[in-house]
Ligand binder design. Structure first.
Ligand SMILES: [Fe+2]
Ligand SMILES: [Fe+2]
Length: 473
């Protein structure tokens, strides 16, 4: 058939590959499924690690990066589950561990004691091994017969490459030569795990070596205390009530954009809190984890919108006291379902007129195009979050009213130690507003409005839904 040609030299085989490539033996369905399950397991464990390590990781850029990477991994888990389901009848065995040495590999990274170990383990060992496995799949399989898997691998590779790129830059800044020396033998242990598993694909001859656990010798314990880096110098500060200012009609829209940027940036506490719900809730259908992680990522994105808003105005956001009191309180005082209840209660309260629509209108009226754009998408994302709440929280209750009341009740139960934190010297609840407003006025080239400058309502007595404490969504 060497003289075989397509009609008028049109691309043959839908442009997928050459005739010769389509004749290669490739992988059987059984071999293909076996490999796909190993990539699935890898993405699932990566999702778990990225999610679980958001809360206690102090560095804001890593919290954001982990939030995105958890979301990306969750999406690829979903795609691979679907593909395995197309090729095999249930039970699909997707919850099984494909190789005990792979389990040790990911347990070790999950239990990494420092940020440096974690970053090196994730981005220098796990993700590059996954990249090699996906590339290997494309090289080994028949591109025509296994086209749907090839497509998944190609899409996954794009995002795996993005993650590796992020990680390489993070490691270059965080892992210094001395640290490298310290973690070298542990990174070697990770390689030993992969060798004992026959590589991530499982196609190499297993080394036969027995692996001794190091960081995972003791079972992993999720750390639910939020931590922040030094750019968050006053994390208990609840001295400026953004919502009271925002909903007060006597204040003009322009300074309100600052309060909205503050509210957005403060939302980094939502991934810190949702990480705890996702990590501490087991045995849900996979779609639960995928949807919740999508929301977690959206909330990290909202925080970054706030960051961009401040940078755009030339304001040093370190002067804005971005607290963690909400994630701290929810993570330490409530059970996972109760935290979800509070989240749902807050989010459904954002749907009527005085919620996200109002914020968008303020953004538009302020003539700050970025504020309007951010609030436009923030609102759209919130509609999705309300749906995620209906799909996964509301279903736990017989009627929606009981579900909302339960959320209100759980939120009211939370003790915000406003006075206690001050007595203990954790914060003075300093009113940072006048400094930040003055900086913005300088940027705008206007004189501060004395009424706006004098604003000094804290969260001592008023909750962010104007009932009485601070909320994020
Ligand atoms: Fe949000
Ligand atoms: Fe939200």
């Amino acid at each position: 058939m060497s003289n075989y040609t397509s009609y008028r030299n049109l691309p043959e085989l839908a442009g997928i590959c050459s005739m010769a490539e389509a004749m290669k033996p490739g992988l059987s369905v059984e071999q293909c499924v076996t490999r796909l399950k190993r990539y699935h397991y890898t993405f699932k464990r990566l999702h778990q690690i990225f999610t679980a390590r958001i809360t206690a990781e102090p560095v804001y850029e890593l919290k954001s990066g982990f939030s995105l990477h958890a979301h990306l991994c969750a999406e690829h888990v979903s795609a691979l589950r679907k593909r395995v389901g197309e090729m095999r009848e249930p039970p699909l065995g997707l919850e099984e561990v494909p190789d005990p040495n792979l389990e040790i590999f990911f347990d070790e990274i999950l239990g990494a004691p420092t940020t440096e170990d974690l970053v090196a383990g994730l981005y220098e060992k796990a993700l590059p091994a996954l990249r090699a496995a996906l590339e290997r799949h494309i090289a080994d399989t028949n591109p025509l017969t296994d086209y749907p898997s090839v497509r998944l691998c190609r899409f996954a590779l794009m995002e795996v490459d993005d993650m590796i790129k992020f990680g390489a830059q993070a490691a270059a800044s965080l892992v210094d030569p001395k640290c490298r020396e310290r973690i070298g033998s542990w990174l070697g242990l990770l390689e030993d795990c992969l060798a004992a598993a026959g590589g991530l694909t499982g196609t190499q001859t297993p080394s036969g070596n027995k692996i001794d656990r190091r960081y995972s010798a003791k079972p992993y314990e999720y750390d639910r205390l939020p931590r922040r880096d030094e750019r968050f110098p006053d994390p208990y500060n609840m001295g400026v009530n953004a919502e009271v200012f925002l909903y007060d009609e006597k204040f003009p829209p322009q300074p309100k954009t600052l309060m909205m940027f503050y509210k957005r940036l403060r939302e980094i506490d939502v991934p810190e809190m949702m990480s705890s719900i996702i990590t501490e809730t087991s045995n849900k259908p996979w779609d639960y984890y995928r949807d919740m992680t999508r929301q977690l990522w959206d909330e990290a994105r909202h925080a970054m919108m706030g960051e961009v808003g401040f940078v755009n105005l030339g304001i040093d956001w370190r002067k804005v006291m971005i607290n963690f009191t909400w994630s701290l309180a929810l993570n330490t005082q409530l059970k996972p379902i109760e935290r979800h209840a509070v989240l749902y209660f807050i989010e459904q309260g954002l749907m009527p007129r005085n919620g996200k629509r109002f914020e968008w209108e303020v953004g538009r009226a302020s003539h700050n195009p970025l504020s309007a754009l951010f609030q436009d998408y923030d609102w759209a994302d919130e509609v999705l979050h309300a749906k995620i709440g209906r799909d996964w929280y509301l279903k736990e209750f017989d009627d929606p009213r009981t579900a909302v009341q339960y959320g209100d009740k759980c939120w009211s139960r939370i003790l915000m130690g406003w006075a206690k934190w001050r007595e203990e010297g954790l914060t003075q609840h300093r009113n940072w507003w006048p400094d930040v407003y003055r900086d913005a006025c300088r940027h705008w080239g206007i004189e501060p409005d004395p009424a706006v400058l004098a604003y000094s309502t804290s969260y001592e007595n008023v909750r962010a839904d104007l009932k009485a404490i601070s909320a994020s969504a």
